[in-house]
Design a protein around this ligand. Structure first.
Ligand code: ADP
Ligand code: MG
Length: 466
């Protein structure tokens, strides 16, 4: 309804309050609490926003709604201009349109004060941001999903599980979500490792402070939980996580997990909890390809303001293929060497200095499924053909399941790829056998441990020689 008599301050106040009724609390607090009204000229309202990320997200999500609401309330066409302006105490209080700002702030105040104070509980590494993450073919999907969640927590991809091998950036992406939300809104988040969650829970039982424990984890709007493969088989902790999950999920709050393996390969996890993990979006992060490894190395050098010649970068990228942490260690080592000894880094120096890191990362690279099958067959004195075959005799089932387990632990092949190399079996068969060997190892079955250790060493040694 058009109301001629309203001035721009009143129009803005009404616009904000109408929008408040239309969007969820969490969206309101993510997006509208950080907007600052900064005046109007010729039907164009200027709004200050805290960052480019925020501007882009707001642009695509809410700009049209704000413009149409402004137009409706003022009765004349109105547009919006978003200007990036870092928030300071001054800008928060100095008002171009005091009444409007006061009204908008008032609505947000109790939440802001409470949530700002609590957000310091959250131990995030400030270096883990979307800006410092280099996405590639291997991680594009995970990167985009994490970004979408950060921009819109609770409404897309909930829950979400990011899984993949060690050092591939799971913690980096998980914390990027946290850092992004902390920078762009007042939403309360919690980042916790599964280990700390477990310790915290046990402590709360010892101290009889369970209700505080529950409050701590259930009052957050976004729960980021790292490394759920470390969830212990204890009923108490799983049931606590199950209830926390339900509480958050049922009230539309965001949950993101990471794990070093897909849900179906998580051991020791109750069916009801597993079904909760499976309910959402599960995305894997694969090792980066050569081009992405080069891009990551370049980004790490740029971050540290250091130049390393491209032949050295290529040497590193060729020799380390499945762990970004190891790529980073190479750069750190070369920079330390060059700075401390005041020497340039030639390819020869790099080879000499990186020998150890590269060797320790290399002893499994190049191992193929076929090579594992042949080595396992020789060890058990059976034929590779039988290992890949259908026979279910005990004398062949054991070598087959050990070989599958070794494929899973010594290579980056997926269960689908392994299944097809084992005579076109179903990938669930691989998962089943791998799990079986894992549980035997966990139950400290001496025979299994002995065989797996011996074969692993044999395969690594033989691989090095070739
Ligand atoms: P994970 O949790 O998967 O074991 P991390 O997230 O701890 O791995 O990553 C290991 C290191 O590698 C971190 O220092 C992280 O910043 C870096 N890293 C991993 N992936 C990337 C990437 N794509 N771009 C930039 N840095 C990365
Ligand atoms: Mg991690």
């Amino acid at each position: 309804m058009a109301e001629e008599s309203l001035n721009i301050t009143e129009i803005w106040t009404q616009t904000i309050s109408r929008i408040r009724g239309k969007v969820s609390d969490s969206d309101y607090s993510s997006w509208f609490s950080r907007l600052r009204f900064d005046g109007e000229k010729n039907g164009c309202v200027t709004l200050n926003v805290p960052s480019a990320f925020f501007r882009d997200g707001f642009e695509s999500k809410y700009r049209a709604l704000v413009e149409s609401t402004l137009t409706e309330i003022s009765g004349k066409p109105m547009t919006v201009k978003l200007v990036i302006k870092k928030e300071t105490e001054g800008s928060r209080n100095s008002a171009a349109a005091p009444a409007a700002k006061e009204a908008a702030d008032k609505a947000m105040q109790p939440r802001q004060v409470r949530e700002k104070k609590n957000s310091s509980d959250c131990q995030l590494n400030p270096a883990y941001t979307f800006d410092s993450f280099v996405p590639g073919e291997n991680s594009n999907f995970a990167y985009s999903a994490a970004m979408a969640i950060a921009k819109n927590p609770g409404s897309v991809y909930n829950p979400c599980l990011l899984y993949g091998g060690v050092g591939l950036g799971k913690t980096h992406l998980l914390q990027s979500i946290g850092n992004y939300i902390q920078q762009n809104s007042n939403i309360k988040i919690m980042y916790v490792t599964t280990e700390n969650f477990t310790n915290d829970f046990i402590q709360s039982i010892n101290d009889k402070t369970q209700s505080q424990f529950q409050k701590k984890y259930r009052k957050v709007s976004v729960l980021l939980m790292d490394d759920i493969q470390f969830l212990q088989k204890k009923e108490g902790i799983q049931s606590e996580l199950f209830n926390t999950f339900n509480d958050l999920y049922d009230t539309g709050r965001q949950i993101v997990f990471t794990s070093d393996r897909p849900v179906e390969e998580l051991r020791d996890i109750s069916d009801r909890l597993r079904s909760r993990f499976e309910r959402g979006l599960c995305i894997d992060i694969q090792p980066p390809d050569y081009e992405t490894r080069i891009a990551i190395l370049k980004a790490k050098c740029a971050e540290k303001n250091f130049t390393i010649s491209s032949d050295v970068l290529e040497y590193i990228a060729k020799n380390i293929s499945s762990n970004v942490r190891a790529l980073e260690s190479c750069i750190t080592k070369l920079i330390a060497y060059s700075t401390l000894l005041n020497k340039d880094i030639s390819l020869e120096t790099a080879k000499e200095q990186l020998k150890q890191i590269i060797n320790s990362n290399n002893d499994t690279s190049g191992i193929t499924i076929d090579f594992i099958i042949r080595s396992t067959a020789a060890y058990f004195n059976v034929s590779p053909f039988d290992i890949k075959g259908k026979s279910r005799g005990q004398s062949i089932i054991i070598p087959r399941q050990i070989a599958m387990y070794l494929c899973r632990t010594l290579t980056d092949y997926s269960t689908n790829e392994i299944a097809s190399e084992f005579g076109g079996k179903n990938h669930t068969t691989v998962i089943y056998y791998v799990q079986k060997v894992s549980s035997l190892i966990q139950a400290e079955d001496a025979d299994t441990i002995n065989t797996v250790t011996k074969l692993t060493n044999l395969i690594k040694q033989e691989n090095k020689r070739n």
